[in-house]
Design a protein around this ligand. Structure first.
Ligand code: HAM
Length: 416
């Protein structure tokens, strides 16, 4: 027997049902916020990711040379693709608000919440330079988590490349990009080693100060009061105020840098409050990418959220939907009545019920056992009574059954 590849998942119906409920809720929340759904290719030129995503993600691609000699990759993220799509359409009315929920692939070491193939919900706004778009995207991310039942179970940690640059410049740091790269490794290396690296790049005193700033977390006002006067701080205070109107709260945490190279302003990640899992979602502003792909200069901000950590945290909180199969009705057939049963099944299907029917010709007992296993709410038994326009309707939960006119079936089934 073949084994599936490491880091890939087989998703069986019980689990797919739960996933579908969660995905539908997420998509519905995006629609509530006025985002429009798009879809995109699963493969792209590898070069697209070389341009701006950064080396780390290119190293993680499932890439290959196709029969035409082109370097191609399965998409490891969607942002370059949506930027490419935007760049190639000049007629779009701005702001553009797009969402999608594709599969993507990263060749990384599979571990808790990290797979080689996963779904990632994406939402992005193009064409708004102001902090209003950052607020709308952050509010959507938080509303998604809240509406799934995770309110209070996560923390939205926000940082800002512009504020960090301002701070680093004031401290006399010149190698800003390198400093960001070290800060991004903060949680992955021992504290002393981290400080050492920081001091190598920024100098001894500045290194210490940066390290202190990184450990301050709180509301925007709290953190700003600790780091002193700042121009960019005003924008972040406004962001906090705008979010308050959405009923959402953020934590300013300057240690959030994010690995992707294209971010230019606000960056954010939602983390499990109990600190058990990796980031639930991440995003930020990337104002230069569309132009890089040949489009008009277009400011952009968005985020991506994978299904893996989300599933782990929802399962821990006991709010992941029940993993079970289900149909509304199973049509059981007494030998000789298949034609009538099929007509009844089709009528009920057209009325909007999810209807399965016997395809095996096995005994009624076995048919009902099957109906039970697929969690049918009702079993309709089609037999002799059908000659008088009637069938037996069995409520699978209570076990109660009665003979019902076919015309009244809908009513009976809708009763409970
Ligand atoms: P990212 O931080 O690389 O950002 O990924 C965003 C989210 O995707 C992560 O927080 C996690 O939920 C999920 N994710 C990433 N890698 C894996 C993996 N190997 N297995 C399971 N889940 C994973 C981006 O991808 C940006 N393109 C997001 C963005 C959109 N920024 C602006 N717009």
């Amino acid at each position: 027997m073949f084994q599936k590849l490491k880091g890939f998942r087989d998703i069986y119906p019980e689990s797919m049902r739960a996933r579908r409920i969660v995905f539908d809720k997420i998509n519905a929340t995006a629609r509530e916020f006025g985002f429009h759904e798009i879809d995109a290719p699963s493969v792209e030129h590898l070069e697209l990711f070389r341009v701006k995503s950064g080396d780390e993600i290119v190293e993680q691609t499932f890439s290959f040379v196709d029969k035409g000699g082109r370097s191609i990759t399965l998409i490891p993220e969607l942002t370059p693709t949506v930027a490419r799509m935007l760049a190639s359409r000049k007629d779009l009315i701005k702001p553009v608000k797009w969402f999608s929920f594709p599969k993507m692939w990263r060749y990384e070491e599979p571990q808790s919440g990290r797979l080689r193939e996963f779904y990632q919900f994406n939402a992005d706004i193009f064409g708004v330079a102001g902090i209003e778009a950052d607020a709308e995207v952050l509010a959507l991310a938080m509303e998604i988590l809240d509406s799934l039942g995770l309110k209070g179970k996560y923390e939205m940690r926000v940082s800002d490349r512009l504020l960090m640059e301002e701070i680093l410049r004031k401290l006399g740091v010149e190698r800003i990009e390198e400093t960001f790269r070290v800060i991004d490794k903060r949680d992955k290396i021992p504290e002393e080693q981290f400080l050492g690296k920081l001091q190598d790049i920024a100098g001894s005193d500045a290194g210490l100060e940066i390290s202190e700033i990184l450990s301050v977390k709180g509301t925007v006002s709290e953190v700003l009061s600790k780091i002193g006067e700042s121009e960019r701080g005003e924008d972040l205070l406004e962001l906090q105020e705008l979010l308050a109107a959405y009923g959402k709260e953020i934590t300013l945490d300057l240690s959030i840098v994010r690995g992707l190279a294209y971010y230019t302003g606000v960056v954010f990640e939602a983390h499990d409050s109990k600190g058990e899992f990796r980031a639930i979602l991440g995003g930020g502003r990337y104002d230069n990418v569309v132009q890089l792909f040949g489009g008009e200069p277009t400011p952009a901000v968005g985020f991506g959220m994978g299904d893996a950590v989300l599933e782990l945290i929802m399962k821990r909180e006991g709010i992941w939907p029940e993993e079970r199969m289900e149909v509304d009705i199973f049509v059981a057939i007494v030998p000789g009545f298949r034609k009538e049963a099929t007509q009844i099944a089709m009528k009920l299907r057209k009325e909007g019920f999810r209807v399965d029917m016997d395809l095996t010709g096995r005994s009624l007992g076995k048919q009902l056992k099957y109906a039970n296993r697929i969690n049918a709410r009702y079993a309709i038994i089609v037999g002799e009574e059908v000659r008088e326009g009637k069938v037996v309707a069995k409520n699978m939960k209570s076990g109660g059954q009665r003979t019902v006119e076919i015309g009244k079936l809908k009513e009976v089934i809708n009763e409970n």
